[in-house]
Design a protein around this ligand. Sequence first.
Ligand code: PEP
Length: 252
Amino acid sequence: MTKRRPLIAGNWKMHLDVASAAALAREVANKVSRARHCDIAVMPPHPLIPAVARVLDGSPIGYGAQDISAEEEGAFTGEVSARMLLSLGCTYAIVGHSERREYHLESDVLVHAKTVMALKAGLIPVVCVGEKLAERKAEKTLHRIRTQVETALKGLDDSVGRVVLAYEPIWAIGTGLTATPAQAEEVHEFIRGVVDSMYGAQVAEKIRILYGGSVKPDNASALMSEKDVDGALVGGASLTAESFAGIVNYGD
Ligand code: PEP
């Protein structure tokens, strides 16, 4: 079985400014750059990426964007293209975060188009999927996740192995509620099965599936010890170097 290298990624959402983002990147680099057991990345808001890049370039910490356009270029006011992000040195782009789906009405089909665009440009898409509380209560979690994963990954070429999936139950994002390790593992294992049915066992074994939803230093280790949990997408706790480092160093 392939050993998947975990990825711990911080989603800074719409926080910070040029000076505070550079300072946070510097503190994060100081605290985690000796970590060798996982890949580490931060996702600042678009205008703050160059300031973060100046700090992190040459360090083992990667960076990326919180969203990309599904379009290559053109008259799309306010959009940011994959090529622009690559030219800033980004490695990753979050795609289909639940806040984009909810507040910007992004559909599964749009998330697929963004995934295709990220891969085409050479970015690693971190594709978010997750169910609402009402869907979980109605026992529709796995149905919803299957639809999201199948639509996002439909018809990809060999680059599918570069995709990172992130299971983020919406009821756990920013709420302090975390899926139990067993709840997370149930869905992660299911997602890997969906990928297997689409692309075969080799791709399914290789693809990384992160967990996101109120990950904190004190729950990271238990979540990460589940067999299909390959890292974390961290919101609130990525905004201080101390708590982010506490998550990165979950094995210590
Ligand atoms: C997120 O927004 O991706 C997230 C997981 O947020 P939080 O860790 O704050 O729940």
